[in-house]
Ligand binder design. Structure first.
Ligand SMILES: C[S@@+](CC[C@H](N)C(=O)[O-])C[C@H]1O[C@@H](n2cnc3c(N)ncnc32)[C@H](O)[C@@H]1O
Length: 613
């Protein structure tokens, strides 16, 4: 735990008096955290606007195991200092460590401010914020109403009034705009609101400022979930009966053309039907204004992706049969569509890596070094790596999907990852790349990719050839045990098959949600992937996947003289509790025994570091 630094400057040029710092520091050093908390709280009463003090308070609460107290202190800090990156990152880290206790209260304005940060996992913050709104905010009543009277009736009641509290709640709007919501109840409420907006309320009402702000936020949410929500027959009929987009009238500010397009934007990406050369100025004439802003944002988003795809380097051609099929899936459905990432913020990244490797082994990071993100997809892992390894690292992301790489390039620019470059190429061909990739990379990360290749272990072996002497590797592979229900689902008569249309995907998803909670695969519906079209395709409908098991991984490591250095996504404590004699990082045999007892242990995948033995 970091302690207060005596020279820390406080906002407004104030400095904590030396005697106060000394007292707090000595309470921390003697392990009396309660006293340290009381002292910091006393200083906060004198200087309530001090963000560093609030962060310090949060760290003390956390050190005491009080995550709710820590999160409250951080949300209060973010209310006062909306742009404070450290406060946002600390809050994200607390939420990543696990759910807050049910009684936790949080500052809603602080939560809304946190959702503007890109260096935190906004979806996690959004989930905590939704919990806050559904236990102590306006969402609580609506969800209660929906459970007793139904979602459609609740949505009609909400929209019958001018500006009901939920639809103008700043936190709710910030969640809709910035997160991808992974909650079935909220999804059903939003789908019902969309239906009422399309079918039941007069077009003129879309000009009401507060309603149009809500509709724009809802359109953003539906866009980020890639329109995965079910559409009823009445909605389909109403959409088909709508006149085609009247582009000239829309761009000239015609209210009725605007209202039609606004409603359409709840069902499909509203910029797809517009000419690509529409100027920014034309969007400013669109009415309602909130629709104009939405169109402008989404257009900017898609042009930055197209722009980034245009400059991507190509390495060889993609001609292997499996690669061609897998590429087709990701060209149509790049995954994941991320908008923020939890960037490690607690000092240099090697501090984190020291949990897996010795300082000696991490010496390479002191000089310029090369990192490969193999199968980087849309770049979440690659951009995070570029920012975390820092400016001495030259990071290269390789993928077979140009659409995914375009997304990665746009996000890299947005997040300032200047040390990341991207290339289009097949991981199976690394041996033929020129200049040679042999022994080139000090770090290779390859997560969620090898199991989509024709020969996962063969591809892993060729990747090893690209590792520099003394290099380290992070591998992520699907677990056969955790994904056992996928086999059952593929044999289901309703399974629409990989490559099915989005309509068929939606129908199938609804069928899964209608099944009993203990039906095979029902537990998978809790994952975030079940709430976006590309995520659902990736998780449930992949064109090619070969999961594996710990014994095969262990045999591969032995055959190639490699050393297992620890799982990153399942805490060692879980193994230690079951097998107290195990020492870090645990023997793979013991992990395998544990997985046999808890087959969902690696539901995400096996993700682990390795080095040469
Ligand atoms: C599930 S995504 C994972 C993306 C990224 N690693 C992450 O964790 O966010 C799988 C990615 O692997 C890429 N991929 C699959 N086979 C590949 C191959 N043979 N060569 C390069 N990339 C491949 C796909 O195009 C896709 O973007």
């Amino acid at each position: 735990m970091q302690t207060i630094e005596s020279k820390r400057r406080l906002p407004g040029g104030l400095t904590l008096p030396q005697f106060a710092l000394d007292r707090i520091a000595s309470a921390i050093e003697s392990g009396d955290l309660r006293r340290a908390i009381r002292l910091v709280e006393a200083e906060l009463r004198r200087m309530p606007a001090s963000t560093p003090l609030r962060i310090q308070l949060a760290k003390l609460y956390e050190a005491q195991g009080d995550s709710a107290g820590a999160a409250l202190a951080l949300t209060r800090a973010l209310r006062l200092s909306p742009r404070h990156g450290e406060a946002a990152a600390c809050l994200g880290a607390i939420l990543a460590r696990g759910r807050l206790p049910g009684h936790a209260t949080l500052d809603h304005a602080g939560l809304a401010n946190c959702l503007a940060h890109r260096n935190v996992d906004r979806d996690l913050v959004g989930a905590a914020a939704l919990h806050a709104l559904s236990t102590e905010g306006p969402l609580e009543k609506s969800l209660e109403g929906a459970r007793t009277r139904g979602f459609y009736s609740t949505a009609r009641t909400l929209l019958a009034r001018r500006a009901p509290p939920l639809l103008r709640d700043d936190l709710f709007l910030a969640i809709l705009e910035n997160c991808t919501i992974a909650s079935r109840d909220i999804e059903l409420l939003l789908a019902a609101l969309r239906r009422v907006i399309l079918l039941d309320i007069p077009a003129e009402r879309l000009a009401e400022a507060e309603l149009s702000r809500f509709v724009a936020a809802l359109a953003r949410q539906l866009w980020s979930s890639e329109y995965i929500q079910a559409v009823t027959c009445e909605e389909r009929a109403a959409l088909e009966a709508m006149p085609p987009v009247a582009i000239d009238r829309l761009l000239a500010g015609d209210a009725s053309a605007g209202a039609d397009h606004f409603r359409r934007s709840l069902y499909e990406n509203p910029v797809v039907s517009l000419p690509i050369d529409v100027s920014e100025l034309s969007f400013s004439k669109v009415r309602p204004l909130a629709l104009g802003r939405l169109l402008s944002d989404l257009r900017e988003e898609s042009s930055s992706i197209t722009g980034a795809s245009a400059s991507i380097e190509r390495l060889g051609t993609i001609s292997r049969e499996t690669s061609v099929r897998v590429k087709a899936q990701y060209e149509n459905s790049p995954y994941p569509r991320w908008r923020s990432a939890a960037i490690f913020h607690d000092g240099p990244y090697t501090t984190y890596l020291e949990a897996f490797f010795s300082r000696q082994e991490l010496q390479f990071a002191k000089r310029p070094f090369e990192v490969l993100i193999a199968g980087c997809g849309t770049g979440c892992q690659a951009v995070s790596a570029a920012l975390e390894y820092g400016s001495t690292a030259r990071v290269l992301g390789l993928d077979i999907s140009l659409a995914s790489l375009g997304y990665a390039g746009a996000m890299a620019r947005r997040m300032g990852a200047d040390n990341l470059s991207l290339a289009l190429g097949d991981l199976g061909d690394t041996g033929a790349f020129q200049p040679s990739w042999k022994g080139r990379f000090e770090v290779i990360e390859c997560c969620g990719v090898l199991h989509h290749m024709a020969d996962p272990f063969g591809a892993w072996a060729s990747l090893l050839d690209c590792l520099a002497p003394g290099g380290i590797m992070l591998i992520g592979l699907y677990s056969r045990l955790a994904r056992r229900h996928l086999e059952t689902l593929r044999g289901d008569p309703l399974y629409p098959g990989a490559g099915c249309s989005d309509d068929a995907l939606r129908d199938y998803r609804e069928a899964l949600f209608s099944r009993a909670a203990d039906a095979p695969g029902a537990s998978y519906l809790g994952s975030r992937d079940a709430f976006t079209t590309s995520g659902f395709r990736d998780f449930f409908l992949h064109v090619n996947e070969t999961p594996t098991g710990i014994p095969e991984i262990s045999a591969f490591l032995s055959a190639h003289g490699l050393r297992f250095r620890g799982f990153v996504n399942v805490p060692f404590g879980v193994l230690k509790r079951r097998f107290p004699g195990e020492t870090w990082p645990g023997r793979l045999e013991a992990w395998s025994d544990l997985e046999a007892e808890e087959p969902d242990l690696f539901i995400g995948m096996y993700q682990f570091w390795l080095s040469r033995a």
